[in-house]
Design a protein around this ligand. Structure first.
Ligand code: NAP
Length: 316
């Protein structure tokens, strides 16, 4: 298949590019060309800012991909999605849109399944993702475009651009304590980036997935504290947890990864993708953390400079 990937050079989208090449697809990526050196050989690049709709139309005029995977959040609005689809003007077979589990109403009881109502619980981010989902699903209903919505949750793994698992590696390998917001009992669900990339690669062209949305993540829900304890066990480092109350709204949050502090559970069912498409993750959370720590060590990140001054003030 000829696959057009929006993005391609950072985290989820780069893992997808690798998975697509492994599976023998021809890959073109569209991005602003800021990190061309990261792309594997054989990938074509269209340099374009997706927010520039006129440029998008001009650059995509000759493209006729079998599949489109829309990954980049730029932040991508409903209008940006419409502009991309207009630029391809019906010349695409199957479109995957990377949305987020955060479209689900997190004020409702867990777990969230694909039909859990979508709300603006997560503000602008949810608004843009819901608008993007709706734009794709409208094309499916009104023009017969094959469309699949992919909703990942905390994605982790090598090259993560979110400082989550690496945040805890950084502290544990340096023998530092880990601050925990409040009791640290809110449940989180993580998915390994290679499982997400493999799931998307497997979905391409699957008619059963047309017009559908899928939660795509790992199988294990774990508390914030449990996540840190698991990491310490897997990388075999002693752990000291220091609990600090979460400040009132407006106060500086207790440092705890990049986006793991918020006060609600975030747990999702993956029954739909497993039963409808027979797609399931390869990595357990422990195995994925071990593999990510190998990458972190190989990259020499255990020796990088880290500024702990904000935490030091909370620890004294
Ligand atoms: N990470 C998570 O835990 C998580 C969870 C749920 C959902 N998601 C969703 O997953 C998606 C991907 O996230 P990611 O962080 O892994 O990023 P990614 O898509 O791998 O990386 C960003 C890519 O987009 C390109 N890009 C950025 N702005 C652009 C623009 N204006 N026009 C064209 N290309 C642009 C970048 O290249 P240039 O800079 O060269 O343009 C880069 O190739 C997002 O939609 C996010 O909402 C992520």
């Amino acid at each position: 298949m000829q696959v057009l990937v929006i993005g391609g050079t950072e985290f989820i989208s780069l893992h997808l590019v690798r998975a697509l090449l492994r599976d023998g697809h021809q890959v073109t990526v569209l991005n602003r060309g800021r990190q061309p050196g990261r792309l594997p050989a054989g990938v074509s690049t269209i340099v374009c800012d997706r927010k520039d709709h006129a440029a998008l139309r001009a650059k995509l005029a000759g493209e006729r991909p079998d599949a489109l995977v829309d990954i980049t959040y730029a932040p991508t609005t409903g209008e940006d999605v419409e502009a991309l689809l207009d630029a391809l003007d019906g010349r695409v077979g199957h479109a995957l849109f990377v949305s987020t589990g955060r479209v689900h109403d997190h004020a409702l009881p867990i777990p969230y399944h694909e039909d859990t109502p979508r709300t603006l619980y997560w503000g602008e981010y949810a608004r843009h993702k819901i608008a993007g989902e709706d734009a794709y699903l409208r094309r499916h209903r009104e023009r017969g475009l094959g469309v699949t919505i992919v909703r990942p949750t905390h994605v982790y793994g090598p090259m993560n651009t979110r400082n989550n698992e690496t945040f805890f590696f950084d502290r544990l390998v340096r023998g530092r304590p880990v601050l925990v917001p409040g009791a640290g009992g809110w449940l989180r669900q993580f998915g390994h980036v290679e499982d997400l990339a493999d799931a998307m690669a497997q979905m391409l062209g699957l008619r059963a997935a047309f017009g559908q949305a899928y939660n795509v993540t790992g199988e294990e829900a774990i508390t914030q504290v449990g996540f840190v304890e698991l990491i310490a066990d897997v990388i075999k480092r002693p752990l000291t947890l220091v609990h600090r109350e979460t400040p009132p709204p407006g106060g500086k949050p207790v440092p705890f990864g990049q986006n793991l502090v918020y006060d609600c559970h975030a747990v999702y069912t993956t029954t739909k993708i497993r039963t409808q498409l027979r797609i399931r993750p390869r990595y357990t959370l422990a195995a994925g953390i071990a593999q990510t720590f190998d990458w972190y060590s190989r990259e020499g990140l255990d020796r990088r400079e880290v500024d702990f001054s904000a935490e030091d003030t909370l620890l004294t």
